[in-house]
Design a protein around this ligand. Structure first.
Ligand code: RAM
Length: 350
């Protein structure tokens, strides 16, 4: 309860601050530098999200901007139109030419950005990833929203409960290259190996590419291809919202259950109408803010990305750099469950 209340306080603060500053739209291909607090000699912090038009990415950007402004830096917010590594490579090349001080990337591919991100680091730019990791050779540290194992296992536990431990399920993911979704799906598959899920059958992993239209058509295709489908698990806020609409429009509430990772603001309708009995997420504003604070600590030389280093992450308190396979990471929180009981209080927050 205490944890929940402190989370509420944090999120409430984020919401108030956003209301005060006004939220900033992603300025995809226009190299939008903002931050009136910068002034001469201010450091420049860039964030490159997966693609434009994703409200989750916009909320991450809001938190990132909040952190950088707090530190007196200048902000550049970028994202390609499509969620591809190629689009991000072009943007990173431009940021290197501009001599920014730091690049935060939400990777569209775990390995493909390595040459360009290494080039950035060789030029003295502090590179870090958040949300979707790039490989350890491509960054100094990764900022992780929550433990991937917990994220993956939790979704299977939830969906199994929704279908009484029996029946076909499908996953509707983002792109096939998305490192965050791929890792979560690996953990889903590991959870499914437990004997209690013997009667739960994962029939397909479909990819909606975090695009609304493609996620909609992939959902429709799943329904056609698997007439006995009992549930869809969508570990992407774009996918789950698209699936929620399809299931609602077809009147399938109570027949095909929907869970996964969703924004309360986008999913409230589908939780309230029963299409999605429950879903999960963390606070994307805090993910952007925590990543921003990590970027500041790197640029200011308070940390280098090594195991065991500690730093003050503003309103998130002290953070420690911990292990992440061959690399290092900052771990932010835990997935939080949203359902009919609590969705009303969260839908205005993020
Ligand atoms: C989508 C994106 C993002 C992911 C969330 C859960 O918005 O794929 O990377 O973290 O879903």
């Amino acid at each position: 309860m205490k944890k929940f209340l402190s989370k509420m306080a944090t999120i409430g603060l984020a919401a108030t601050m956003l209301a005060a500053c006004g939220s900033q739209e992603a300025a995809p291909d226009q190299n939008a530098a903002s931050g009136d607090s910068g002034g001469d000699g201010a450091k420049t912090y860039a964030m490159v999200f997966k693609n434009t038009g994703n409200p989750y990415g916009e909320k991450m950007m809001d938190g990132f901007e909040e952190a950088i402004k707090e530190a007196g830096g200048e902000v550049i917010l970028r994202a390609p139109d499509q969620p591809t590594a190629e689009g991000q490579i072009q943007i990173v090349e431009q940021l290197i030419t501009q001599k920014v001080d730091s690049i935060l990337i939400t990777g569209n591919d775990i390995d493909a950005l390595q040459p360009v991100l290494k080039k950035a680091m060789d030029a003295g730019i502090k590179v870090l990833s958040a949300d979707a990791a790039v490989n350890p050779q491509s960054r100094l540290v990764h900022v992780n929203q929550a433990d991937p194992e917990l994220i993956g296992r939790t979704q299977i536990q939830a969906v199994s409960e929704m279908i009484n431990g029996e029946g076909q399920i499908a996953v509707l993911s983002a792109t096939s290259q998305a490192s965050n979704q791929n890792l979560w799906i690996e953990w889903m598959k590991k959870e499914l190996e437990k004997p209690e899920y013997d009667k739960v059958e994962l029939v397909k992993v479909a990819y909606g590419d975090d695009l609304r239209d493609k996620s909609t058509s992939e959902t429709e295709a799943l329904l056609l291809q698997y007439p006995d489908l009992k549930a869809i698990v969508s570990p992407t806020t774009v996918g789950i919202a698209a699936a929620g609409k399809v299931l609602t429009d077809k009147g399938l509430e109570g027949k095909i259950a929907l869970t996964g990772l969703g924004l309360p603001s986008e999913m409230a309708t589908y939780i309230e109408n029963g299409v999605s009995p429950a879903m999960f997420l963390w606070n994307p504003i805090d993910v952007g803010y925590g990543a921003g604070m990590t970027a500041v600590a790197l640029v200011e030389g308070e940390i280098t990305g090594k195991l065991g280093e500690k730093f003050e992450a503003g309103r998130l308190g002290e953070k420690e750099i911990v292990e992440d396979g061959e690399g290092t990471q900052v771990m932010l929180g835990e997935p939080f469950r949203f359902d009919k009981e609590n969705i009303a209080e969260w839908k205005e927050v993020y």
